[in-house]
Design a protein around this ligand. Structure first.
Ligand SMILES: Cc1cc2nc3c(=O)[nH]c(=O)nc-3n(C[C@H](O)[C@H](O)[C@H](O)COP(=O)(O)O)c2cc1C
Length: 349
């Protein structure tokens, strides 16, 4: 399946595994890239030197293209004490055990760490960087100077236009069906709008978990798919077995858009914690201060399989995720199924 994105990225299959915090580590990235798609590292979860080690590990295990995702909202790159105070106070209050548990978000809770991630990425120069929340022109220029391609994850046409003006090489449109932090527009409506609004290639994300979603995304004008939730239920994804099982057994209606973990809208599996905060929504703090309220719960879902209160980001696409598979098999199944569908539809035409 040749598209402008397979050409631009130098990959065989237009299937990109999403850069998921905690879940997308070297094993998953290498497996997807070696299967002909493109794996993306969830860079947000690593302190700068740990990020460098993870990138070098990936480079040692694949010569195929891969990407690194960074979250660059101003609040994380600013060194304004006021916005950091609630988070720093949390960090000070935590026991050593809890700090260990929060290793995965330490970079988000440590002033200057995100800037450190930026420096490491410019130093290590992975083939592709995927930006979320903000697309600073200066950083994109620095990437291009080093031959790094830049993609931008966007939930709205406005953000996509800004990203392209700032130099992004392609756009990933994430519909509200998607797991993790997400917007309010559905994939079916967002993707055609993005394709009409920007000249660069667009990849589709949000609720795409098999070849049917893949074929539909291509019909909407997308030139690749960016897939998260489906890859949670893979052998190589990081995550407690109970979390993966919950994704396999879950239904779309089991997910909810909640600010109760981070202060920003995030699609996750509904549980006692999200339900409790539905009644208290007026009291939710902003991003990243709500991390200080949720504390270790932002990690106990991934790490301990804490289904009752732990954060378990997942999208509505869980409906069609029915088994845990090797990541390479997920890529192969998605491509084969999409090709069969497109062939069948062509026959009918
Ligand atoms: C467990 C999980 C963690 C995520 N973490 C991030 C992240 O760190 N950065 C980011 O840009 N998107 C993140 N996302 C969103 C994905 O990049 C992607 O856009 C989304 O998963 C696509 O929708 P889908 O889950 O329906 O496939 C995350 C999603 C999930 C499910």
């Amino acid at each position: 399946m040749k598209t402008r994105l397979t050409d631009l990225l130098g990959i065989r299959h237009p299937v990109l595994s999403a850069g998921m915090a905690r879940v997308s580590q070297a094993d998953l990235v290498v497996a997807v890239s070696n299967a002909g798609g493109m794996g993306c590292l969830g860079g947000v979860s690593f302190l700068p030197e740990a990020l460098r080690a993870e990138i070098r590990d990936i480079k040692a295990r694949t010569s195929n293209p891969f990407a690194v995702n960074l979250l660059l909202p101003e609040v994380l790159t600013s060194d304004d004490d006021a916005s950091w105070a609630p988070v720093s106070e949390l960090w000070e209050r935590l026991s050593p055990d809890d700090r260990t548990k929060l290793k995965g978000v330490e970079a988000l809770l440590t002033k200057g760490a995100v800037q450190g991630q930026v420096d490491v990425v410019l130093d290590e120069a992975p083939p592709v960087v995927i930006l979320t929340f903000a697309t600073p022109r200066e950083f994109i220029d620095q990437c291009h100077t080093r031959g790094i391609l830049v993609g931008a994850l966007c939930g709205s046409i406005g953000r996509a236009r800004t990203a392209v003006e700032n130099g992004a090489d392609f756009i990933i449109g994430q519909g509200t069906e998607g797991g993790g932090h997400t917007g309010h527009v559905g994939t079916m409506a967002l993707i055609p709008g993005l394709v009409d609004a920007v000249d660069v290639p667009v990849a589709a994300a949000g609720g795409i978990s098999d070849g049917r979603g893949f074929a539909a995304a291509l019909a909407l004008g997308a030139e690749a798919v960016w897939v998260g939730t489906r890859f949670i239920a893979s052998d190589e994804a990081y995550g407690h077995e109970s979390f993966k099982r919950r994704v396999v057994e879950g239904q779309s209606k089991d997910t909810v858009l909640t600010k109760s973990y981070t202060g920003k809208p995030l699609r996750a599996l509904r549980n006692e914690w999200t339900s409790r905060w539905e009644e208290l929504s007026g009291e939710i703090a902003n991003f990243p201060a709500q991390y200080a309220v949720a504390g270790t719960l932002v990690e106990t879902g991934y790490q301990d399989g804490d289904l009752a209160t732990g954060m378990m980001p997942a999208g509505q696409g869980i409906q069609t995720v029915t088994e845990i598979l090797p990541a390479a098999k997920i890529v192969e199944n998605m491509v084969t199924e999409a090709e069969n569908i497109l062939h069948r539809l062509n026959q009918r035409a």
